[in-house]
Design a protein around this ligand. Structure first.
Ligand code: NUP
Length: 211
């Protein structure tokens, strides 16, 4: 089964909760990033707790080990179940995120390659492969890889093996749901769901990948 993860980049707190509630039966987790947390505060986690879905903090943590530790402690203390971190800061800093996550019985995912067009400027030429290797050596729970480039997902799969690959970029960024769903453990979808007239119905449509 491929998981469907809702990227809840909705700025209005009430609207965010409404979207999450309507999508809840059809999704496996909710990813929350800076847009919602900066507009609603970390306590949005409490508003979503009743849905009993894993919450992933997409903060792309990228600092020195001590600051990464402080950030990740705050993330898990707030009630998140997983965190997304950058690996380009080096193994020591990335490993800190993984260690804090595991201490809280949570998960940490490392960005191997991003989904937007500009990502090719720096992630290609061996960098994404190195980041995937770093994710493995740091015992991360998985990587983030681009739904916009299925060939790259396949290449990164060779490196991470059975570790989880979560993939954003379906829909609004052009990635094809069914192609990507066959390659990854989870597909991350934002605008295509939460900007739809009926987000719940759209989430149900996307949830065909869970079968
Ligand atoms: O490489 C990445 N691409 C990407 O879109 C890594 C990410 N974390 N994301 C996030 O996934 C992005 O910040 C947004 O929250 C979500 C995709 O949303 P959408 O394009 O489906 O609206």
């Amino acid at each position: 089964m491929t998981e469907l993860i809702l990227s809840l980049d909705v700025l209005d707190r009430k609207e965010a909760v409404k979207v999450a509630e309507s999508c809840a039966p059809f999704i496996d987790a909710i990813k929350i990033g800076y847009p919602l947390v900066l507009s609603s505060g970390l306590s949005i986690v409490e508003d979503l707790a009743d849905l009993a879905l894993p919450l992933i903090a997409d903060f792309k943590v990228a600092d020195i080990p001590n600051t990464n530790r402080l950030i990740c402690e705050a993330v898990f203390s707030a009630g998140f179940d997983a965190v997304i971190a950058h690996g380009f800061v080096g193994a020591d800093a990335a490993r800190t995120c993984v260690e804090v996550a595991h201490r809280h019985s949570g998960a940490a995912y490392i960005v191997a390659e991003m989904s937007h067009p500009g990502a090719t400027e720096f992630f290609h030429g061996g960098v994404a492969e190195n980041l995937a290797e770093l994710a493995v050596s740091c015992r991360a729970d998985g990587i983030i890889a681009p739904a916009t480039r299925p060939d790259r997902i396949s290449r990164l799969r060779e490196i991470v093996g059975s570790k989880a690959i979560y993939s954003p970029g379906v829909g609004a960024q052009g990635g094809d749901l069914d192609t990507v769903a066959r390659l990854v453990d989870g597909v991350i979808v934002g605008r295509s769901i939460y900007e739809a007239e009926n987000p719940g119905a759209e989430a149900e449509r996307f949830s065909r990948i869970r079968r």
